[in-house]
Design a binder for this molecule. Structure first.
Ligand code: UDP
Length: 249
């Protein structure tokens, strides 16, 4: 990152303890300096737990330009390990804030991911919310390996400033890492299921639940199949406490 901000080392992955304004400012700085192929990752506890067992994923995270704490588990972990996190910077909030700022500054956005029509609908909704927003293109995220070349060519020819990729984590992180140089887009950001929410296809947790740090519970209740992923949480907590107390020995 260009701006000097506090970082936390969580299970071997660096996480930038920025707030939403700082994250948007960092993207603006990247676009002003015409930096190439910067990857931004918003991490939750499940991904950091997976990375603790997977050096390739750790490498992808540690090679990113900026890594923000997406979930409350990451904020908690940073605090346990002596950091001073300023709260969450989720993929959906970063996407919305960048669209708001981008509409003012004339940044070109590309939305890639989600079921056919969903990214397009999300783009329409955001365009009416932020007049002047420039959508350089949208492509859905259900493709065969043979179709990947066309997707890359379409993104390149649209020449966006920011590419948002919604293929789910950590697949989108691997995808960006693998293709960012070839894509030649200044900033690429993985945003999970944000297009589903912004298009109206899915609902985000009610404001009060988000404030009470219970968004994870809402997602589990509305999509019980996420239980397998969320089983990582107690293991994550255990590993953080081990990292914390080992340091003190
Ligand atoms: N998705 C996709 N292509 C696929 C599989 C999934 O574009 O082959 C999309 C899916 O439609 C959804 C997003 O990836 O919009 C994953 O959303 P989820 O909320 O599971 O994201 P995560 O919690 O993993 O960040």
């Amino acid at each position: 990152m260009n701006i000097k901000k506090q970082q936390a080392d969580i299970l071997g992955c660096k996480v930038d303890l920025v707030n939403l304004n700082q994250a948007v400012g960092e993207v603006a700085a990247l676009l002003n300096t015409r930096e190439k192929a910067a990857q931004i990752i918003t991490v939750n506890a499940e991904i950091l737990y997976e990375a603790s067992k997977n050096p390739e994923l750790t490498e992808v995270i540690n090679s990113a330009h900026m890594v923000t704490p997406d979930g409350i588990g990451v904020v908690w972990a940073a605090r346990q390990l002596g950091g001073n996190p300023q709260g969450r910077v989720t993929g959906i909030e970063l996407l919305e804030a960048l669209c708001q700022e981008g509409a003012r500054q004339g940044w070109r956005m590309f939305f890639f991911g989600a079921a056919p029509g969903v990214a397009e609908q999300a783009a329409d909704k955001l365009s009416s919310r932020y007049p002047g927003l420039l959508i350089a293109g949208t492509i859905h995220g259900y493709f065969s390996p043979e179709g990947e070349g066309d997707i890359i060519a379409a993104i390149k020819s649209a020449a966006p400033d920011i590419l948002f990729v919604g293929l789910g984590a950590p697949r989108q992180e691997y995808w960006i890492s693998q293709h960012k140089e070839e894509l030649d887009v200044p900033v690429c950001i993985g945003i999970g299921g944000s297009f589903d929410v912004l298009s109206g296809l899915k609902k985000r947790a009610p404001e009060l639940m988000i404030k009470l740090n219970l968004e994870w519970f809402y997602r589990l209740a509305s999509e019980p199949s996420r239980i397998k992923r969320q089983m990582a949480l107690p293991k994550f907590v255990w590993m953080i406490l081990r990292q914390k107390y080992r340091r003190r020995l």
